[in-house]
Design a protein around this ligand. Structure first.
Ligand SMILES: [Mg+2]
Length: 298
């Protein structure tokens, strides 16, 4: 079995058993990566029984974001991901109907949605990061300025249904204020209702959305929240360790599929940052080890 470590390459390959098999696999990878025939020793050398150091800079760069490939493909190529998006907005419609039937609600109804990976698909940005061996925020502004992020399946139909029923839509995002105009443009051109200055609320000084939620709550009845990150729903989920996030979800289990509608995001999020102790700036080799240590095996 061969494993890759992207990043700063102290131990890019591990081998469990036969060196010859590993070298053969490296040679195969090299052929597919570079499209030309070279000796395995040109790109990697064995330094101990279970460690191979990759010496080729191009190969190092290409492997840097390898861990993001499958998650990004899941968003772009798995019909199951598409089905999950429809499922989320279909549940949203059922719950909104229930809320609309409640005659005791007096305040104006609204639904509150996050933007990225909740109504807009930024997987092309992730793909660019993988292919160019870069990471956020490189290319993020360029991507947002294109204003071409596709709507998530089911989102527009649901939100138009809400608007038709007199429910206003607020988009609460942690994109920077400087991206407001292009975000509105993207939402509007994709066909989202209420994509305007008033209803698109950008990141304030703090990343927490709690303050922005409270402002809306004073004036409106929030029928539903939609998000791909637990922080899109309530303050209680913020800044917690992975196990405490589990506990917070268990404590709020009645809300999911009722007031909180979750969209899947396997590409990034606080679920990943929690693994890193909210320090994603550590060397790639450290993050590599953290990811492996968090796997549950048998
Ligand atoms: Mg999001």
């Amino acid at each position: 079995m061969v494993n890759f470590e992207p990043g700063n390459f102290s131990r890019l390959f591990y081998i469990d058993d036969m060196k010859n098999i590993t070298l053969y696999l490296i040679a195969l990878l090299m052929l597919s990566t570079f499209g030309c025939k070279r000796n395995a020793e040109d790109v990697a050398r064995i330094t101990s029984a279970d460690t191979i150091v990759v010496t080729d800079t191009l190969l190092q760069q290409k492997l840097r974001n390898e861990h993001m490939v499958l998650a990004t493909l899941y968003h772009q190529r798995a019909a199951e991901y598409r089905a999950l998006c429809y499922q989320a907005f279909n549940i949203g419609k059922l719950m909104l109907d229930k809320d609309l039937a409640d005659a005791e609600i007096e305040k104006h109804r609204i639904v509150v949605l996050d933007v990225d990976e909740t109504v807009l698909d930024n997987s092309p940005f992730q793909a660019k990061s993988i292919l160019e061996s870069t990471s956020y925020p490189t290319y993020w502004i360029e991507w947002c300025e294109l204003a071409t992020a596709a709507p998530l399946p089911g989102a527009i139909d649901f939100l138009n249904y809400a608007r038709k029923n007199g429910v206003s839509v607020f988009y609460v995002t942690n994109r920077n204020e400087a991206l407001k105009e292009v975000t509105i443009k993207n939402l509007k051109e994709a066909g989202f209702p209420h994509a305007d200055e008033e209803h698109v609320i950008m990141r304030t000084a703090e990343a927490s959305k709690e303050g922005r939620r409270q402002v809306l709550l004073k004036k409106y009845h929030i029928s539903l929240f939609f998000g791909d990150n637990l922080n899109d729903f309530a303050e209680t989920f913020e800044g917690k360790s992975s196990s405490n996030r589990f506990q917070a979800v268990d404590d709020n289990k009645e809300n999911f599929g009722k007031r909180f509608i979750v969209l899947p995001n396997a590409m990034y999020g606080d679920w990943e940052m929690a693994l890193y102790g909210y320090n994603g700036g550590q060397p790639d080799s450290v993050l590599f080890d953290i990811r492996r240590k968090n796997l549950k095996s048998f």
